[in-house]
Design a protein around this ligand. Structure first.
Ligand code: NDP
Ligand code: MG
Length: 385
């Protein structure tokens, strides 16, 4: 029985992780869940899966949940200490990191230090603290199994070929809801339009990141850390149907791609059942219904999220943190209707330009960079959060 803790159980990846666990209840179970504040759903999940521990970041919400669960043996903990306690709990073998944002750094490190394998969805942690978590995972002998669909595809394409030389990683992207549009047409797009993703149903933050192509930039950095490949060997390819989830090209020209429906439960499940492919709740791909597979190059001029991320990782040190922190801020206030779509890029570029790079930042330094950027943005763009 694989015992799983789901950090961010109430979100898009979290609920789909529980779908997978529900389907395979003979071989896996959820022992703990954590969320930010959505306790109604957390309560339902806790009761259904009979977890031992629920961590709720928001103290007041945790207090209410404790009362609601008073008729059970389920323990409720709160705050960052609660998330860390959940990630370290002895009853768990693996932690699905389905939390959104850099707030996942400390819990992820705690889980690795406690020897838990990681099913990694929380890419912001990998992007900002990859230089800490990847060596730590190696030292502790824990596996980091990718949940992100592209990285799951790359991981699958790498299986059994350890001695082969990679020429390129082909990281696919749908191009998001605004693919094909030009800058002038993006001036007045709303958060609602940006939230209508053509092929994937995801949480709000990543959906906006997909529209800006920042998500693809984060994924390039994530791939660099997960697969230990230089960014020059990672090429982003637009594949609008989201059927090819990514590919690896070897030195002989062979391209091994992973294909499938746009259903995250396949990637989540593979991270939980690796190296075995088991039946999935996802509807299988019907090739007869496919009109075709298109490919294109990214429009880096209109959507500079990707080239900015590549610059950030080439600069190295704390620059990916500056890129990510500025984006987390801009993404959040764009969703609140406070800035325009194109201003997201301005805010990231401005913060990267003024950032003083720290060569190999500690966790405290990473958060100090985030605090500094938040304070600067708050001052400049108003107290809108
Ligand atoms: P959602 O916004 O749907 O869910 C986020 C989850 O994190 C929720 O459970 C939320 O709890 C929880 N959370 C937020 N803040 C805190 C906090 N301070 N403490 C504890 N829990 C918190 O996000 P997604 O599921 O879309 O994304 C999660 C991660 O996975 C992101 O890093 C994303 O980039 C990555 N990912 C997502 C994909 C997808 O298809 N959705 C695909 C590939 C990667 P609450 O509900 O209480 O707010
Ligand atoms: Mg992805």
């Amino acid at each position: 029985m694989k015992r799983i803790a789901v950090l961010g159980s109430t979100g898009s990846i979290g609920t789909q992780s529980l779908d997978v666990i529900r389907m395979h209840s003979d071989s896996m179970c959820a022992v703990a869940i954590a969320c930010g504040s959505r306790i109604d759903l957390a309560e339902k999940q806790a009761r259904e899966f009979g977890v031992k521990l629920v961590a709720v970041y928001d103290e007041a919400a945790a207090f209410v949940l404790k009362i609601k669960l008073a008729d059970t043996d389920i323990r409720v903990v709160s705050g960052m200490d609660g998330l860390i306690e959940m990630c370290r709990m002895p009853e768990a073998d693996i932690v699905v990191t389905a939390i959104v944002g850099m707030i996942g750094i400390r819990p992820t490190i705690a889980a690795i230090e406690a020897g838990k394998d990681i099913a990694l969805a929380n890419k912001e942690t990998c992007v900002t603290a990859g230089h800490i978590i990847i060596p730590l995972a190696r030292e502790k002998g824990v596996q980091i199994l990718p949940v992100d669909s592209e990285h799951s595809a790359i991981f699958q394409a790498l299986q059994g070929r350890a001695d082969s030389k990679i020429r390129r990683i082909l990281l696919t992207a749908s191009g998001g809801p605004f693919r094909g549009r030009k800058k002038e047409e993006l001036m007045y797009v709303t958060a609602k339009e940006a939230l209508a993703h053509p092929t994937w149903s995801m949480g709000p933050k990543i959906t906006i990141d997909s529209a800006t192509m920042v998500n693809k930039g984060l994924e390039v950095i994530e791939a660099k850390w997960l697969f230990d490949v230089p960014v020059d060997k990672i090429e982003v390819v637009i594949q609008p149907q989201s059927i090819i989830h990514s590919a690896v090209e070897y030195e002989d020209g062979s391209v091994i791609a992973q294909m499938g429906p746009s259903d995250m439960r396949i990637a989540i499940q593979y991270a939980l059942t690796y190296p075995t492919h088991l039946p999935s709740p996802a509807t299988p791909l019907d090739f007869k219904m496919l009109k075709g597979l298109e490919f294109d190059v990214p429009d880096n001029e209109t959507f500079p999220g990707l080239p900015m991320a590549v610059n950030a990782v080439r600069t190295g040190g704390s620059m990916p943190t500056a890129f990510n922190a500025a984006n987390e801020w801009a993404n959040a206030i764009f969703r609140q209707g406070e800035i325009s779509f194109m201003q997201i890029f301005d805010i990231i570029a401005e913060n990267m330009a003024r950032h003083k790079v720290i060569p190999s930042p500690t966790v405290d330094e990473i958060f100090a960079v985030q605090d500094e950027i938040d304070a600067y943005c708050m001052e400049k763009y108003g107290n809108v959060l």
